[in-house]
Design a protein around this ligand. Structure first.
Ligand code: PGA
Length: 254
């Protein structure tokens, strides 16, 4: 991969207090000096740590992402956070449709679609996650599932600009399990997604949009995955929580 700018993004999930966030971002920005500047580094802390993360990341090359948002700007939605709130804090990106949101919080393709539209309305770059479960893979439904998720998520959204949009293919069976997709398995789905994107939005979009892989990425498997033709970086959960591991992935992946 060389034609698209690599993104290495850490999805912290429900980890790290504000104090832990502050020291992590400090430590990470210090080691990033001298790393290939032609890549994007993102961190997605929990909501309560976003303000501190943005403050510490100011003047560094680390961008800060939310992990979720509600599609309405405001209203009676106890416990939810909206696009304008993330934007005002200084977030540049937001993860949408993560499989844990789909699995534990009932997020459907329709809700994911509303959330992507809301993010775009507020100039937040969506990191749109999709991926099949183990059952779906084993019963040969991987391509049907990711196509349904892709069309459900963005089928009716226009205009979409490739530089303001990111897709993350995350096979559910590889998330947090230590069982990474092989580079061949991941590349096959990434190429399929690019082909579907080309039909939906045209060749230019399909060739320029970044498609990340996520699911048990570690320093020792990052480079073989990210060197695949259609893999443009990684969305990293567990291994993003320690600066040393995340930095190891950054060095290997770009
Ligand atoms: P993992 O998580 O790296 O711990 O497998 C990836 C993700 O959920 O984004």
């Amino acid at each position: 991969m060389a034609i698209r700018k690599v993104i290495i993004a850490g999805n912290w999930k429900m980890h790290k207090t504000s104090a832990e966030t502050r020291s992590y971002i400090k430590e990470l920005s210090a080691v990033l000096d001298g790393v290939n500047p032609d890549s994007e580094i993102l961190a997605a802390p929990p909501f309560t740590s976003l303000a501190v993360a943005v403050e510490e990341a100011k003047g560094t090359r680390i961008g800060i992402a939310g992990q979720n948002l509600h599609w309405e700007d405001k209203g009676a939605f106890t416990g939810e956070i909206s696009g304008p709130m993330l934007r005002e804090l200084g977030c540049s990106h937001v993860i949408i449709g993560h499989s844990e949101r789909r699995q534990y919080f009932g997020e459907t393709d329709e809700k994911v679609n509303l959330k992507i539209a809301a993010a775009m309305n507020h100039s937040l770059i969506p990191i749109f996650c999709l991926g099949e479960s183990l059952d779906e893979r084993e019963s040969g439904k991987t391509f049907d599932v990711v196509k349904r998720q892709l069309l459900g998520g963005i089928g009716d959204l226009r205009p979409l600009e490739p530089k303001n949009f990111v897709i993350a293919y995350e096979p559910v069976w590889a998330i947090g399990t230590g069982r990474t997709a092989t580079p061949e398995q991941a590349q096959e789905v990434h190429a399929f997604l690019r082909k579907e994107l080309s039909l939906l939005l045209g060749k230019d979009f399909a060739n320029s949009v970044r498609i990340l892989y996520g699911g048990s990425i570690k320093p020792d498997n990052a480079s073989t995955l990210v060197s695949c033709e259609d893999i443009d970086g990684g969305l990293i959960g567990g291994a993003s929580l320690k600066v040393q591991d995340f930095f190891g992935i950054i060095k290997e992946g770009i």
